[in-house]
Design a protein around this ligand. Structure first.
Ligand code: NAP
Ligand code: MG
Length: 501
């Protein structure tokens, strides 16, 4: 394994030098001189030293983004110009995608087959937002006031954006923040998660190469204190946060002092509902991969698997059998389907839940523990797990685990499964598997979630909005609505001077 991950396929970016922050178009070390190590979760060994942003560096990055917004050439970029640089960035992303995918695989453990398969999505996102850059428009509005007053609205960029991201899809999440911000004419300071900062730092370099002026995109890696400094910084106009509900709440509180615009994409405990009439050959792998993809480290993973009682036992046995066929291993191997969890901390969290599930009386039909044999013992690997004999009140059925763990439960009626599906503080995603379109629609309408997938799961598209209900957050990413998060609306009242003869 060592030979694959550490020698043969080393991305050029990993040149042994510390990876610096990108502020005002320059690579800079932290003011404090501090660095931290980013770890390869497959081996548990460090990949690179990374400059660790503290509050002083955040001040510098925000000042650069502020200058770029208030005074820089970016202001003069027409929609056409912003579109052009985003399209150029899409081309550069395509050209450098192998390296970026490899960085994500090495930094957070996503299988190379999956990280490389996101090329199309990354390019599609950049081109989609490039298109929107030239589609922004206000309205002309008939008002009812006396006099000859014409009213119209302008859509203006909200200003300097702070984007704070988690580690579960570092490259895609970075693009998802940078592209709409730039399409709207904003400037941005992006703080990737400390667990996986490499591909976002490399993407920052490509932004410069694409002709995006210095200071427009700044990338600062660091810990929670760097994120907190952004969340309360008076120079920031808007925060776009993706991460846990708990940190999201901190950020909302911290933002109140300066009344920032906030959008928050948070955690989930999504229901995935299988009716007896579903095409089970599709639903079995569908239900499995709704959770096991990315080793369960997906916010909208369908972790509460509700199965109609008459097929429950057969169905969960089939999901368990499918789970056992999945190839868990070195994520740099193109045949691997499940890599490690991102970190030792995440491993501990997931194995704690496995222990709690068992203690509560749930039965693991597959997996159920860390993999401790052979080379995988060095990394943070957990076998894909399906628990049966789960009830709604167990912690494994209520709390976000963020690991490859399914909690399966039988149900009897449509109304019951809608009620139980909604009996969670979260509301991010949901799945329904059935051939009965009446049931598909009843469930889709009944669930209070930002997305419902029918006979599929986890499909995403740049044109289709994604986001949460309830404690899964607010705001939408993707789709035309996404631009609203980055735009202000200004009303202009234009009174015609009287005609004086
Ligand atoms: P997290 O712990 O909430 O961290 C997210 C980001 O916030 C990281 O960059 C983190 O920095 C930073 N941060 C930590 N404390 C902060 C503070 N007090 N103020 C400001 N920023 C702070 O989440 P995670 O463990 O990285 O990711 C997993 C979570 O993300 C899950 O709950 C998952 O559901 C959610 N998620 C949601 C979506 C969605 O679209 N809804 C997508 C992906 C993930 P450091 O990591 O450097 O400490
Ligand atoms: Mg790492």
């Amino acid at each position: 394994m060592g030979s694959l991950t550490e020698q043969a396929l080393k991305p050029a970016f990993l040149d042994g030098k510390p990876k610096l922050m990108l502020i005002d178009g320059k690579h800079v070390a932290a003011e404090s001189g501090k660095t931290f190590q980013t770890i390869n979760p497959t081996t548990g060994k460090p990949l690179a030293d990374v400059a660790q942003a503290g509050p002083a560096d955040i001040d510098k990055a925000v000042a650069a983004a502020r200058r770029a917004f208030d005074e820089g050439p970016w202001r003069k970029f027409s929609p056409f110009d912003r579109q052009a640089v985003l399209l150029k960035l899409a081309d550069l992303l395509d050209r450098h995608f192998d390296e970026l995918a490899m960085l994500d695989t090495m930094d957070m453990g996503g299988p190379i087959a999956s990280t490389s398969a996101r090329r199309r999505r990354g390019i599609a996102m950049l081109r989609f937002y490039a298109g929107l850059a030239t589609s922004l428009h206000g309205q002309t509005i008939d008002n009812s006031q006396a006099g000859d007053i014409f009213t119209y609205t302008l859509r203006e960029p909200v200003g300097v954006v702070a984007a704070i991201n988690p580690w579960n899809g570092p490259l895609g999440l970075a693009i998802w923040k940078i592209a709409p911000a730039l399409a709207a004419g904003c400037t941005i300071v992006l703080k990737p998660a400390e667990q996986a900062p490499l591909s976002p730092l490399r993407l920052g370099e490509l932004c410069l190469e694409a002709g995006i002026p210095p200071g427009v995109v700044n990338i600062v890696a660091g810990f929670g204190d760097a994120g907190a400094a952004l969340a309360s910084h008076p120079g920031i106009d808007k925060i776009a946060f993706t991460g846990s509900t708990e940190v999201g709440q901190h950020i909302i509180r911290a933002s109140a002092g300066t009344m920032k615009r906030v959008s928050v994409e948070l955690g989930g405990k999504s229901p995935n509902i299988v009716f007896a009439d579903a095409d089970l050959d599709e639903a079995v792998p569908g239900a499995a991969m709704a959770v096991f993809a990315n080793s369960g480290q997906i916010c909208s993973a369908g972790t509460r698997l509700f199965v109609e009682r008459k097929i429950h036992d057969e169905f969960v046995a089939r999901v368990a059998a499918y789970a056992k066929t999945l190839r868990v291993g070195n994520p740099m191997d193109p045949n691997t389907q499940l890599g490690p969890l991102v970190s030792g901390e995440q491993l501990e969290r997931v194995t704690d839940y496995l222990a709690k599930g068992k203690a509560d009386g749930a039965r693991a039909l597959s997996g159920g523990s860390r993999i401790t044999e052979g080379e995988l013992a060095a990394g943070y690997f957990v076998a894909p797990t399906i628990f049966a004999d789960v009830n709604d009140s167990m912690s494994i059925a209520r709390e976000e685990i963020f690991g490859p763990v399914i909690s399966a439960m039988p149900f009897d009626t449509v109304d019951e499964v809608i009620r139980r599906g909604n009996a969670t503080e979260y509301g991010l995603g949901a799945g329904v598997w059935t051939r009965d379109m009446g049931n598909a629609q009843r469930v889709s309408r009944g669930l209070r979630t930002g997305t419902v997938w029918v006979n599929c799961y986890q499909v995403m598209d740049a044109a289709v909005p994604f986001g949460g209900y309830k404690m899964s957050g607010y705001g939408r990413e993707s789709g035309t609505e996404h631009m609203d998060e980055y735009l202000q609306t200004k009303a202009v009242w234009l009174k015609n001077p009287p005609i004086r003869l």
